[in-house]
Structure formats: structure tokens, C-alpha cells
Design a protein around this ligand. Structure first.
Ligand code: SF4
Length: 342
């Protein structure tokens, strides 16, 4: 793995244009390195998809980017702020440098055009000099790359299974060999067998083609298996970020600990599953302090008043956590929870 390819700095997004917008992303900082798979996990509504759409400037109204930077380092080593690109520059960068696989292939594919036509549309826009024969050859190559026979080029989306449609979406996203692939819940609508096959295929393609992946899902157990690093989101913020192994074996944030405790262990003895009590906060009425405090079994007085900042824990571990328990100024009379110290 080498240097960063995508750097998101203090990204802020509001929904609503009036005097009282909802702050759905509240200063997100995240770095994706070349060749890396970065998993983004969290409950529905925590801002995962908003982050992907804002970072690619695909956020529909009433979403509004109110601050931050998104730096993309292109193949030549130039760093460009995606948020500062002109429309023409942005059109050129999309699909070629950054591509996105949306949730729900059936609603993303156009039902009245054949698969082949949809696969070649983007290529034609970026490489207008290609002949019809070359376009068709490339579309066939892409289909076969994702394990679908090229004779399905003339099929309509409804003639393919859910898994095949999702593979077509992946083939489309890889058509121009982007450096960064953002995948928003790419397998949520599929059964677990198909889910695994598709993820294995993405990882195999990543190894072969060398792109980087941001994989968004609410299923943190999936990320433990395929991601190099995992960032956990809660209420529009990253609350913990570490290697996948560290998040799985030693989650430090109480929310990350709760998420990991809510699915069966991959190894070792069986244990009782524990959910996270309560529900995610109303982002329009966030109180001061830590947004997880109303659900946190370890909340302290300071948590009600001061918002924790994402940073390295005082133990010096190579990770970032947004929790007062791990900050340098933990009150001396607080007993550190054993389950967060293993
Ligand atoms: Fe819990 Fe406080 Fe940490 Fe928030 S800052 S997760 S309330 S201990």
C-alpha cells in the first residue's frame, strides 16, 4: 500500500436550506490509501451514504455541502480538490478517477435499455473516438470480468438475476479503470451466498487492477472479513477508525463495542448477542456533548457537556477514537471499563 488517493477533510453536509438545517455530516476526516479497502460502517441514518455522495458531488438537494475538502490524487500525482473542480473537470474525473456503485441495481439500471448499451454509454462519453466495434468488445470484456457471459450484452435488466444486475453495476463502475471505487451497500439486497461471491470477486478485481475501495455497509461483520481498515460512523461523525483486525478484536469506542457485540463471533466459543439499547439521535435536536451519551453504558458527567474529538487514544495505539474514556484528561476517579481495555 502506498500514499493516500482520497483525503476527506472536515467535510460538512446539511439537509435543508432554511434557518434550521439538519447537520448530517459534522466534520468528517478520512483517508483512503492506494490499493486499500476501507470499510465504513454504522446504523442507518448515520451519514455513510451522504459521505459517499458528498465526496463525489452527487448529493441531491436538499443536501448541501457546507464545508470541507475532498482531495483526490490522480495517476500523475496531482492533488485536486473535488469540491473545487469545474463541472467539466468533474465530469472528466467521474468514472475515470472515482466511480460509485449505488444501492439497488434494479433502480440504478435503466429498464428500457439493453445491458450492452448501458455499459458503453460512459465509455463513449469519455472516449468519443472509440468505434462501435471497440465499444462492444470492451463491454463484452467487462461483462466477462465480472463472471457474466458476453452473450448477455443484449439482455434487458429484468432478464438478469439480482446478483447479475449488481455485477453489471460493478462492471460499469470499472469500465474506465478508476482509482477509487465507492460502493454503497452493494450487496444488501442479495442473499448471503451471492453477497459473498460478489465481494470475493471485487477483492479479486482489486488485487488484479489495483484500485482502492470504500465499502459502505451497516454490516460490520462483512467488513471484518474484507476490509483493511474500518471507520465506524455515528450521528454524522467518525467515532473510531482502526485496522479491521483491531476493530474486531479490540473495539475501543463503546458504540463500536456494541456493534461488534450484536453479531455472532466469527471464531471461538458462542456467546449471547447483545444489542445497543435505544435508537440513533435526532440529528436536528442533538444535545451538547457526546451524541452517543444517551445510549452509552459508560457515560460520565463530562460526556453530557463536551463533544469528544476524534484522535489517537492516550495509550498511543495506532487508531483514532472519539471518546472521553480514551482521552488524556480522563478523570482520576473513573474506573476504566474492562471490556474496552482488552
Ligand atoms: Fe460514552 Fe462518554 Fe465515550 Fe461518549 S464520550 S462514548 S458517552 S464514554
Amino acid at each position: 500500500m502506498t500514499g493516500p488517493v482520497l483525503e476527506i477533510r472536515d467535510l460538512r453536509v446539511d439537509y435543508g436550506f432554511g434557518d434550521d438545517p439538519t447537520h448530517v455530516l459534522r466534520g468528517v476526516d478520512l483517508t483512503l490509501h492506494r490499493g486499500e479497502v476501507l470499510g465504513l460502517a454504522g446504523e442507518s441514518g448515520c451519514g455513510k451514504s451522504t459521505l459517499a455522495y458528498a465526496a463525489t458531488r452527487l448529493l441531491p438537494p436538499p443536501g448541501l455541502i457546507t464545508g470541507g475538502e475532498v482531495w483526490l490524487t490522480d495517476r500523475e500525482g496531482n492533488r485536486n480538490d473535488i469540491l473545487g473542480l469545474t463541472d467539466a473537470q468533474l465530469r472528466a474525473a467521474r468514472w475515470r478517477d472515482v466511480a460509485i456503485v449505488f444501492q439497488g441495481a434494479m433502480s440504478s439500471l435503466n429498464p428500457v435499455f439493453r445491458i450492452g448499451r448501458q455499459l458503453t454509454d460512459g465509455i463513449r462519453a469519455h472516449r468519443p473516438g472509440l468505434s462501435a466495434r471497440d465499444l462492444e468488445a470492451r463491454a463484452a470484456e467487462l461483462l466477462e470480468m465480472v463472471g457474466i457471459s458476453a452473450d448477455r450484452l443484449r439482455a434487458y435488466p429484468h432478464q438478469l438475476s439480482g446478483g447479475m444486475r449488481q455485477r453489471v453495476m460493478i462492471a460499469m463502475a470499472l469500465a474506465l479503470e478508476p482509482q477509487v471505487l465507492l460502493m454503497d451497500e452493494p450487496t444488501t439486497a442479495l442473499d448471503v451466498v451471492m453477497q459473498r461471491q460478489i465481494l470475493e470477486q471485487i477483492m479479486e478485481l482489486r488485487d488484479r487492477l489495483g484500485f482502492s475501495v470504500v465499502l459502505i455497509t451497516h454490516d460490520v461483520s462483512l467488513l471484518v472479513e474484507v476490509a483493511d481498515r474500518i471507520a465506524i460512523m455515528y450521528a454524522g461523525e467518525i467515532v473510531e477508525e482502526a485496522t479491521a483486525a483491531d476493530v474486531y478484536r479490540r473495539p475501543r469506542h463503546p458504540y463500536a463495542h456494541g456493534l461488534l457485540g450484536s453479531f455472532p463471533p466469527l471464531h471461538g466459543p458462542r456467546r449471547e448477542l447483545a444489542g445497543i439499547p435505544g435508537s440513533p439521535p435526532d440529528l436536528q435536536r442533538l444535545a451538547a456533548g457526546c451524541p452517543f451519551a444517551p445510549r452509552c453504558p459508560h457515560a460520565m458527567d463530562v460526556c453530557q457537556q463536551v463533544r469528544p474529538v476524534l484522535g489517537p487514544p492516550r495509550t498511543g495505539e495506532a487508531r483514532r477514537v472519539a471518546c472521553h474514556l480514551h482521552g488524556a484528561d480522563l478523570p482520576g476517579d473513573v474506573a476504566f471499563p474492562a471490556e474496552l481495555a482488552r
